[in-house]
Ligand binder design. Structure first.
Ligand code: PLP
Length: 348
């Protein structure tokens, strides 16, 4: 089977018994094949990469995505290429344009490069407002599109992304963060990379593949764009990460099974929230969603923690909304009990 324990205690449950649905992790953890691959290469760890694990992974990604290997750069997670892309393509005269709320790591990197940061609110459907993003600044360096979006889990259509690519300011790139794309039924944007467009696509093995603590991700882009990331840091890959990622890719059932499992749990939880009169923001399609609690979100988080359920945080633009990650059915059952008790309890 590709999941570890699908029900009941998984190997990834914390010893404290605390329900961890705060960091968009995958409670199923790495697949059995990924764990076996790690065990296979661990004894070779005295060498940087005796068996060429990272090259094998790059070739596998390339073959599966219809890209030439030189369009792929593998990293220990997607955080590195996210930071490096922003550092490479923004500056005091080239701004960083992001949706709000969205994943903030790119914005933090833009602070380091002293770039102007332009935040555009999501649309009424909680998609990226690509028209506003493209119009935001003729001197934009990076337009960051997180699809599906963290924290809302909502989608931006491929049509809108293509429109942004065709209409963005000259001299800018689109940075499309597809950390959660496998959890949706949406098309990805790797074909636009193959066409040689001005975009870098980020992928990670931390989410659907359950390898957050093992570390593997990649950037896909034209070789001349990827070359610009190199001055910001070059590092050997952990062979465990490369081998586990390749084993994950070679299991054709892993993604559809997990997409269904996590999707079913999300749909059940959201249906329960709505039936009970709670306000879910938009139409989330991944392993996280936001609830507008109508009260101080941080206080809700603290009250949930006191009931042994760690939920995710608020974003400055929406202080009453909390992000919740999708755990196992058992974890979400515990979430429901705690959330109802908190919301029915004394005012926060
Ligand atoms: N991008 C998004 C949208 C994320 O949510 C995360 C992690 O939460 C990352 C990138 C970085 O993940 P990693 O460095 O584990 O690949």
């Amino acid at each position: 089977p590709s999941g570890m324990a699908l029900h009941g205690q998984s190997a990834n449950a914390p010893p404290s018994g605390m329900v961890l649905i705060n960091a968009n992790e995958n409670p199923l953890g790495p697949s059995k094949a990924a764990c076996d691959a790690i065990a296979r290469v661990a004894p070779l760890g005295g060498r940087y990469d005796l068996t060429g694990e990272t090259e094998l992974l790059t070739k596998t990604i390339a073959a599966q995505s219809g890209l030439k290997p030189e369009f792929i750069a593998v990293y220990a997670g997607s955080s590195e290429p996210l930071h490096y892309s922003v550092l490479a393509f923004t500056s005091p005269t080239k701004s960083f344009v992001t949706a709000d709320p969205s994943y903030e790591a790119g914005m933090f990197a833009a602070r380091t490069s002293q770039a102007k940061i332009i935040k555009t609110p999501l649309t009424s459907a909680f998609a990226h407002d690509v028209k506003a993003m493209v119009a935001a600044d003729a001197q934009a360096g990076v337009i960051y599109i997180c699809n599906p979006n963290n924290p809302t889990g909502t989608l931006t259509t491929k049509k809108d992304i293509v429109w942004a690519l065709e209409n963005k300011p000259a001299g800018s790139i689109l940075l499309v963060d597809e950390a959660y794309i496998h959890l949706t039924d949406e098309p990805d944007t790797l074909d636009l990379v193959a066409q040689g467009k001005d975009l870098i696509v980020l992928r990670t093995f931390s989410k659907i593949y359950g390898m957050a603590g093992i570390r593997c991700g990649f950037a896909a882009g034209r070789p001349d764009l990827l070359a610009k990331l190199k001055p910001f840091g070059q590092n050997a890959m952990p062979i465990t990460g490369s081998a586990a990622a390749r084993a994950s890719l070679e299991d054709p059932k892993l993604v559809p099974e997990r997409r269904k499992m996590i999707g079913d749990t999300r749909r059940d939880t959201i249906a329960w929230l709505k039936t009970n009169g709670y306000k879910v923001i938009g139409d989330p399609q991944t392993n996280c969603f936001m609830i507008d609690t109508g009260r101080n979100g941080r206080a809700v988080m603290a009250a949930m923690k006191a009931r042994n359920v760690m939920i995710g945080r608020t974003w400055p633009i929406w202080p009453n909304a909390v992000r919740v990650s999708v755990g196992t059915p058992e974890e979400m059952a515990a979430f429901k009990v705690a959330f109802k008790a908190v919301m029915d309890g004394p005012p926060l």
